[in-house]
Design a protein around this ligand. Structure first.
Ligand code: FRU
Length: 480
């Protein structure tokens, strides 16, 4: 059946088993749904709202939470405030997708259980225990110290969830005399037949990733093993994620407005992560989550914070695939399935350019993808602008410095400019240096048109392909 997110009422909740067990759940979901629906008209009318980046039906969203591939569907949850377009009232929004490109919104998965003293349902992850069902682990926030809680699915489609009767499954008592501040965002993984849980936090002013070992099969009891990792300079760490790639491990952390990546080795005896390579992943995106797709690829999703609040705020960065280069650099590139969004193609061919090339006719609209391979030649700067003339990015050829709208400049290693860009109304995703440098920018507004400018000399375009992209489908009518 189609879940018909927008049709969610007490009646449909009763028809589905979303309701089973709790009136509080049913009331919370119906209220959340009504408040979200009331904001949809304003959100949909805003021309700056991204169209092919994943976003909530309306209202505020932040971190992606617990993405998982299960029984043919990608499930993505996210920090969601159904009651406003600013941060607050944290719930877990929920959507599913066959390909991470087109989406079906589903009823809110988790809500703050006021009767259990919860005010917010913070970030966390979904874990599939061997032989078990996907289980959510998240941070429960109330008028007390943070606690780690679990939730279990009521059905195989993962539509309805209930809080585990074993909650809290982990409290700060586990730390004994060690005081961990800002303790949250559980992430589970399995290695060597043992299930581990990571949390982010701060210990004596240092950002830390704490690690715990499961001491029962039901994952309701955990033993604190200590600090897996201490951040070299941040004073706290949010949303740690870890994944094994070959004989190395990738540890992602979020602090100070960006996702950082550490590549290194995991010493299972000492339960310590030793970093060998530090980087920034998609500068200006935050609180990312890793997901294994059905082909075993490591997919990266992150939150894009937006400046506008028009009945909506926030989206996810484009799903991207992470691979490791030989030298330990993480390469982040767009998920191949995103090519489904392409509607029309302009191949500007190889040619010299001095001054401005206007691609506004070939690529009308404010949703496009650009693949550019350019030798700056004698040009001093190269710019990509939108129709109204605002600069999306500029490249200083002498300094090899790339400056993307609103972000700190980065120095590129090669003299050639090889860019893969996606502009979706007010959001830009940039991939360059083969995926070693990636950024996400909030352009603020939408603007039609696309221009390439070479200043101060002649640049040589080796390849310039532009695609007009369609909007992603949300709520498609498919069976479930
Ligand atoms: C990261 C974060 C998490 C927290 C959540 C609350 O953006 O601060 O640490 O769980 O957002 O919405």
């Amino acid at each position: 059946m189609r879940w018909g997110w927008a049709l969610l009422t007490a009646g449909t909740l009763a028809m589905t088993n979303v309701q089973s067990g709790s009136d509080e759940r049913s009331e919370a979901l119906v209220k959340a749904n009504a408040a979200t629906r009331a904001a949809m008209t304003a959100a949909e009318a805003d021309p700056s709202r991204p169209s092919f980046h994943f976003h909530a039906p309306a209202q505020w969203m932040n971190d992606p939470n617990g993405p998982i591939y299960y029984q043919g569907w990608y499930h993505v949850f996210y920090q969601f405030n159904p009651y406003g377009d600013q941060w607050g009232n944290m719930h877990w929004g929920h959507a599913r997708s066959r390909d991470l490109v087109d989406w079906e919104h589903l009823p809110v998965a988790l809500w703050p259980s006021k009767s259990l003293g919860e005010d917010h349902v913070y970030s966390g992850s979904t874990f599939l225990p061997p032989g078990g069902k996907p289980t959510i682990f998240y941070t429960s926030i109330g008028n007390r110290a943070p606690e780690q809680w679990a939730a279990e699915p009521l059905d195989d489609q993962l539509i309805g969830w209930r809080k585990s009767p074993a909650n809290p499954v982990l409290t700060e008592k586990a730390h004994g005399a060690t005081k961990i501040d800002e303790w949250r965002d559980p992430f589970l993984f399995r290695e060597g037949g043992q299930t581990y849980l990571l949390t982010g936090g701060s210990h004596e002013g240092h950002g830390v990733v704490c690690v715990y070992a499961a001491s029962d099969r039901g994952l309701t009891k955990w033993r604190f093993l200590g600090e897996l990792f201490r951040h070299p300079d941040a004073n706290d760490v949010e949303c740690p994620n870890i994944a094994k790639v070959g004989d190395r491990w990738i540890l992602l952390t979020s602090s100070h407005g960006k996702v950082e990546s550490f590549v290194g080795r995991l010493d299972l005896k000492a339960m310590r992560f030793e970093s060998e390579h530090r980087g920034v992943l998609a500068d200006n995106s935050y609180a990312s989550q890793l997901l294994r797709d059905r082909n075993g690829r490591l997919v990266h999703l992150a939150w894009v914070r937006m400046s506008e609040h028009h009945g909506w705020n926030g989206c996810l960065s484009l799903p991207s695939v992470l691979t490791l280069a030989k030298d330990g650099t993480i390469l982040r590139n767009p998920l191949p399935a995103l090519t489904k969004l392409r509607e029309s193609k302009t191949n500007a061919g190889a040619r010299d350019v001095s001054g401005e090339v206007d691609l506004g006719k070939e690529v009308p609209g404010d949703q496009w993808e650009l693949v550019l391979d350019l030798d700056p030649g004698t040009a001093s700067t190269i710019e990509i602008r939108r129709g109204t003339g605002d600069s999306v990015l500029s490249y200083d050829a002498r300094e090899r410095r790339l400056t993307t709208h609103g972000l700190a400049p980065v120095t590129l290693s090669g003299g050639m400019l090889r860019l893969h860009l996606f502009v979706d109304r007010s959001v830009l995703d940039l991939y360059t240096e083969g995926g070693a440098v990636t950024q996400v920018a909030d352009l603020g507004t939408a603007s039609s048109g696309l221009r390439l400018v070479a200043n101060g000399g002649t640049a040589k375009i080796n390849r310039l392909i532009a695609y007009r992209l369609r909007a992603a489908r949300f709520d498609p009518p498919r069976g479930g």
